[in-house]
Ligand binder design. Sequence first.
Ligand code: F0G
Length: 461
Amino acid sequence: MKKGKMPVEPYKIKSVEPIHKPSAKERERIIQDAGLNIFNIPGEKIFIDLLTDSGTSAMSHNQWAGMMRGDESYAGSQSYFRFEKSVQRISGFKHVIPTHQGRAAERILFQVLLRKGDYVPNNIHFDTTQANVKVREAYPVNLVVDEAYNPSVQSPFKGNMDVNKLRRFIQEKGKENIPLVMMTITNNSGGGQPVSMANIREVSQICREAGIPFFFDACRFAENVYFIKKREKGYGQKSLLNIAREMFSYVQGVTMSAKKDALVNIGGFIALQDDDLVQKIKNILIISEGFPTYGGLAGRDMEAISAGLDEVIEEEYLKHRIQQVHYLGKLLQEAGIPLYKPVGGHAVYILADQFLPHIPRHQFPGWALTVALYRESGIRAVEIGGVMFAFTDPQTGKKVFPPLEMVRLAIPRRVYTASHLHYVAEALEKIYKKRDKIKGLKIAYEPPYLRHFTVRMKELT
Ligand code: F0G
């Protein structure tokens, strides 16, 4: 395999966590015991874990130092005020409400804003925002540009919302039935693709004209900022901080999972301008998360988020981060492995149905590839395809599969080096060469909700 240009890590390693690769025999026993479901494998039995980039970041010395400074006062903790200042520096929002993670922020915001039967457009909802909309008996709607579903189109901002679809949707459903429009930056469920500033501006304009609040699902905002700087005309010379500030100036608020671009292991927040809305949010926060100056977090967690937000918007950090993900993409492409293109911000997505064309969708090629990857090499990746998203249409009784059948290799931030990535690419290349030996699967057990977490599978002979 060609080595290509390897991005040099802009950090050195101060603390290490040993990892072990179980033997081939052990891996076989482990994956069988797990019912062929990688979620059932204990973490210590994973050699390289690309399950998620969420909550898996390595923290910096400054973040660890901040942890020691954590002020655990129930009310008015100094750590809260430092956290608030860091969020305000990047986003410009007046109010900052801590939550224990992203989905808590979503739940609370939707509890305040949504009524039964409302609609919430997004480019593509992540599964937790989708679920939190549905819990309110409202409807999540995905209005991403069509090219997002075409994995071979090399266009720079495939996370964009289709503004014509949005205009039509508002007209059709009525603005009074749309309490907010959301936009996920970057678009996790659509290949981790960024959204352009021009698109954000246009959506913002449409929402303003209709009087509908516009919010970001901002987990990976810094990665989105970097893509705007690199790809969008007029932004090359602007600072990352200024681009972030401009981006946030077009929305009324954000929900944020700090487990991604705040470089921490737990945490989240809501940030917004509106004085009335914040009061309603705080009332719910107190019942379910905690007092508004800690909201489900320890003081030390807020210190880590505060330092992480300062670090994530640094050019050196982001350049390496994006290059590292793209480097893995390049290695896989050189090996001929079919990928979603272009490679996104936090993960490389393999097109599993093209990787395993002999396995039909109803035999779950994506899932079969995650099993093969663990078997071959002890690597854990996640299926984003038929097991996660297929459903039975209540009207026709037919199975509906999602447009794309993918396996996501999510790269934890500051955790793995280039040699780990080489190992991943080599493992996939080996599997690709013997792909016709991989078998389809059938479901042996499935729960009623979110079946991917606990499903058990059997291999077809
Ligand atoms: N929104 C997006 C776009 C996400 O990717 C996630 C989490 C959330 C919201 C929820 O945040 O986990 O802090 O409650 N994504 C993780 C992933 C789980 O693996 O992609 P949370």
